[in-house]
Design a protein around this ligand. Structure first.
Ligand code: COA
Length: 143
């Protein structure tokens, strides 16, 4: 299994994984193709995001999206992990861990101060990779 940067050619594979991951919003392929996917590719190219793919035998089996946020409180950038999913058929084989370790090493290379992740589904998974609880995460929706 290898971890690499996502490219525009990976759109269909990422969309397939996204439809299994998203719970609070239903993905729309037109919005994905025209707006969200290219915007994230652009952010990653500019160093404002990490958009990583895990691949096995030329098949995409997981992706990770994290945004690099400038902050005052931390005295530098914080890498916030927003999306991580592994194909249900191959979970429990180290793919999620490999994606997180790759993001952690990108964070070190970029001199981010910390990596954060809001999650309610997989806290123990993150604890196993060195994360600890620090804050509650609240949400206000515009719609
Ligand atoms: C969470 C997820 C990305 C983990 O990917 P994975 O490839 O299965 O993870 P790994 O095989 O690297 O697992 C590493 C360890 O974490 C544990 N683990 C995996 N998923 C877990 C979860 N949801 N909750 C608690 N522990 C979990 C594994 O059992 C394993 O433990 P071990 O080292 O004692 O064997 C994957 O289960 C997934 O896509 N879940 C649905 C989407 C999701 O919840 N994403 C995270 C939201 S931010």
């Amino acid at each position: 299994m290898t971890v690499r940067d996502t490219t525009p050619a990976d759109a269909t594979a990422v969309y397939r994984l996204l439809t299994g991951f998203a719970t609070s919003h239903r993905p729309d392929r037109t919005v994905f193709d025209d707006v969200t996917f290219p915007r994230i590719i652009e952010a990653a190219a500019a160093g404002r995001a990490e958009f990583l793919l895990a691949e096995h035998d030329s098949r995409v089996i997981g992706y990770l999206l994290a945004l690099r946020l400038p902050t005052l409180f931390a005295g530098g950038t914080v890498l916030e992990l927003l999306e991580l999913t592994v194909d249900a058929a191959v979970r429990g084989r180290g793919t999620g861990s490999a994606l997180i370790r790759a993001a952690q090493s990108r964070a070190r290379a970029a001199k981010d101060i910390e990596v954060t992740v809001p999650t309610r589904r997989a806290a123990d998974f993150y604890r196993g990779l060195g994360f600890h609880e620090t804050a509650a995460y609240l949400k206000w929706s515009t719609t």
